[in-house]
Write a protein that binds this ligand. Structure first.
Ligand code: ADP
Ligand code: MG
Length: 589
């Protein structure tokens, strides 16, 4: 008689467990970087080759391990972070199951070198597919280096499910971004195939980290959030509309410092942004939730990305209120009777992030600027600026309107026979530019260019440069004189006539963001439209004070010839109208 049941050997057990903990390169990176963070590192460097399939290297300057611990660390369920079941209830460290290193070692060729603070030399260990190949004492500085080569070399099934290197690398990029946001005091460097993609020096506040990681357009639109309900606190940043993203991956959520994704959180975020965004658009939000550890169960998902809240309602209310407050500014209420029928797009009353900027940026105290607050009154056009401000022609829907002036830093105020009309001059200009660019494109014409006195050289990361290079034709057709300039640089020698702005760098940075964002989804016609939208948006006037009365006139006349003159290319209304009869009624007349 032969026995059929046998205890699986450790190697097999480890490989099965490995499937749960590590399913692709990004999960290996996550485990290794979290170990480095747990070890108190202040500097972490991640190098990746071939999307992590060939090599993942994580180096830290944390506590390191003693010789004995180095061996123990490779055993399953060996951890220095959890001593009893009770500890599971209040987990403060990132890792806690003690199975990551063992799992990774069982499905790769793993080399690690570690050295703790003692006077002893360091330890180097080589493990292949879970089998110890070599160990020796070596000279090493304090900290740990882990190299994971040929991931899944002995698990062909897993290997088959890995995607293109580029896709795997994007996931890793996103992960490092998240970790960098969660740990501003730690310096992160991330390189892919020898090229540095993220280089974030240690800073003292989240705000500085957010600043360092994002484009100027995002930075200009950031609003600070801070809201507490009961013992749940939410702080962080949202980018106010019109800055929007095309997928939900731009909502970064951290619970007690741990990055999570959660449907409850996402739906509260979307509720707070309802009416401010079209469908299919998503906000950029960086949310830090803090709550007592016992109110959140992090042990429901093998990769610890999902959590369970003990008080979901409080969490969702805190998120909704926090974001809503930040977006609306406290006293904002839409005019009665306008809000539901004619969705308005509130902008000026947002509480400004610049206030927060001053509180939260200790490293740059010296360059603090004190901006004068704008007068909170309507700035009327002086009669001499517009020769006939109270006269208007009766032809043309827009061009027939009279110009009253503009609200501080925001909308134009116009009128006609029976309405007071508030016009978003930026959205209107954007509409006109976008129509013109679409027409150029449809007719296969090339816009006129003006040479720049001093050409602008733009430098990018490899991925950004690749995206831009793929769209040079479109840019040239739209009137830019632009050439490749070496490996990852471009030179802009001329700009189109319609382009009046000077910040060429900003303009291109934003286009590249659209290329990367929309381009990844691979719909070329949609991408082209998004690019033209972005060009129009970037080139359109921002401040009403930039417009002379003649220019406002020209804008109104152009709107009359636009087929879609009531909404901007992003679908937002250009005007909010208050009819005279409505005003009369409200006045009790
Ligand atoms: P866990 O992190 O869940 O404890 P791991 O398998 O990831 O399990 O790591 C096992 C142990 O190895 C950790 O508890 C820690 O003591 C040690 N360790 C792992 N990585 C490092 C590192 N980079 N620096 C110092 N110690 C480490
Ligand atoms: Mg770990």
């Amino acid at each position: 008689m032969s026995n059929r049941i046998r205890i699986l050997d450790d190697g097999v057990i480890n490989r099965i467990a490995a499937g749960e903990v590590v399913d692709r390169p990004v999960s290996v990176v996550k485990e290794l970087v979290e170990n480095a963070i747990d070890a108190g590192a202040t500097s972490i460097r991640v190098d990746i080759e071939n999307g992590g399939k060939k090599l993942i290297r994580v180096r830290d300057n944390g506590s390191g391990m003693s010789h004995d611990d180095a061996f123990l660390a490779l055993e399953r369920h060996a951890t220095s972070k959890l001593h009893s079941e009770r500890d599971l209830i209040s987990i403060a460290t990132m890792g806690f199951r003690g199975e990551a290193l063992a799992s990774i070692a069982s499905v790769s060729k793993l080399r690690f070198v570690t050295c703790d603070a003692s006077d002893e030399p360091g330890t180097e260990i080589l493990v292949e597919g879970g089998v110890l190949r070599k160990s020796e004492r070596v000279g090493a500085g304090k900290g740990t280096l882990v190299e994971v080569g040929n991931l899944f070399f002995n698990v062909p099934v897993r290997l088959k499910f890995l995607k293109e290197s580029r896709w795997e690398a994007d996931l890793i990029d996103e992960l490092i971004t998240k970790l960098a946001l969660a740990f501003p005091a730690i310096g992160f460097t991330y390189s892919l195939d020898g090229r540095v993609k993220i280089d974030a020096a240690p800073v003292r506040s989240t705000f500085e980290r957010v600043y360092a990681l994002h484009s100027k357009e995002v930075r200009d639109n950031l609003m600070a959030i801070d809201c507490s309900i009961k013992d749940v606190r939410l702080h962080g940043y949202v980018a106010k509309p019109p800055y929007v993203k095309s997928n939900m991956r731009s909502v970064f959520t951290f619970v007690n410092g741990r990055s999570i994704r959660d449907r409850l959180v996402n739906s509260a975020v979307m509720r707070a942004f309802a009416n401010l965004m079209e469908r299919g658009r998503y906000p950029l939000a960086i949310l830090f939730l803090e709550m007592p550890p016992e109110q959140v169960d992090v042990n429901v998902h093998p990769q610890k990305a999902e959590v369970r809240f003990r008080k979901p309602k409080v969490v969702s209310d805190t998120i909704f209120n926090g974001i809503h407050e930040a977006l609306m500014g406290a006293p904002f209420t839409p005019p009665v009777g306008v809000g539901h029928r004619d969705p308005i797009f509130p902008r000026p009353p947002y509480s400004s992030v610049s206030r927060h900027l001053r509180e939260d940026r200790p490293l740059h105290e010296e360059d603090e600027t004190t901006e004068a607050e704008p007068a909170p009154s309507i700035q009327w056009e002086s009669p001499s600026a517009d020769p006939a401000p109270f006269e208007y022609r009766r032809t043309g829907r827009y061009s027939s309107m009279g110009i009253l002036g503009h609200l501080p830093h925001s909308f134009l105020v116009l009128y006609n026979d029976n309405e007071l009309v508030v016009l978003d001059h930026h959205a209107a200009h954007e509409r006109i530019l976008f129509d013109r660019l679409m027409e150029l494109d449809a007719q296969g014409e090339t816009s006129e260019s003006q040479g720049l006195l001093i050409p602008v050289v733009l430098e990018y990361s490899a991925i950004e440069a690749r995206a831009l290079a793929a769209h040079l034709e479109l840019l040239r057709k739209m009137g830019f004189i632009i050439d490749e300039f070496g490996d990852k640089a471009f030179v802009v020698k001329g700009v189109p006539g319609w382009y009046k702005r000077t910040d060429v760098e900003d303009f291109f940075a934003s286009l590249i963001e659209v290329m990367l964002d929309t381009g990844l989804k691979g719909d070329p016609s949609r991408l082209k439209e998004e690019l033209l939208k972005d060009m129009a948006c970037k080139a359109a006037v921002k401040e009403p004070t930039e417009m002379r009365p003649q220019e406002i006139r020209a804008l109104l006349e152009n709107l009359d010839t636009s087929a879609a003159a009531d909404v901007c290319p992003h679908g937002r209304p250009l005007t909010v109208r208050y009819s005279l009869s409505e005003i009369r009624r409200k006045m009790g007349r």
